[in-house]
Design a binder for this molecule. Sequence first.
Ligand SMILES: [Zn+2]
Ligand SMILES: [Zn+2]
Ligand SMILES: [Zn+2]
Length: 144
Amino acid sequence: MITEEDRFRDYLKKKGLKFTPERELILKEVFSCHKHFDVEELFRRLRKKDRAISRATIYRTLPLLIESGLIRDALRCRDRVYYEHVFGHPHHDHLLCIKCGRAIEFRDERIEKLQNEVCKKYGFEPIEHRLGIKGYCRKCQKKS
Ligand SMILES: [Zn+2]
Ligand SMILES: [Zn+2]
Ligand SMILES: [Zn+2]
């Protein structure tokens, strides 16, 4: 079975880039947790392991992880970008609470099918899509 490290090493090799200790550290941290994350959270987690790591290094490394097909920027909320794993995870879409930030993952075959039908209608060949619905989750509706 191919691991995320195999995939990343492969990608870096093709690009003529090295699998540096920093890249390895970031890859491992990103794949140590399966929840959505943003740069600040990742930075805090990495800082505990390596005081020398900088945000700039993270900002430079994330595009490599995206390009290699390991992660994607899945959600945007209040100027923040939340990433998630693509590698090893089946496709899904999101409901995002703009109050507490909770992201509910769902997959509905009717919606998936409908999107394919729309593409067909326009002679369009789909590669990927991200569907995100913003609003208030059950808990946050009760509070307000
Ligand atoms: Zn979908
Ligand atoms: Zn909420
Ligand atoms: Zn997700």
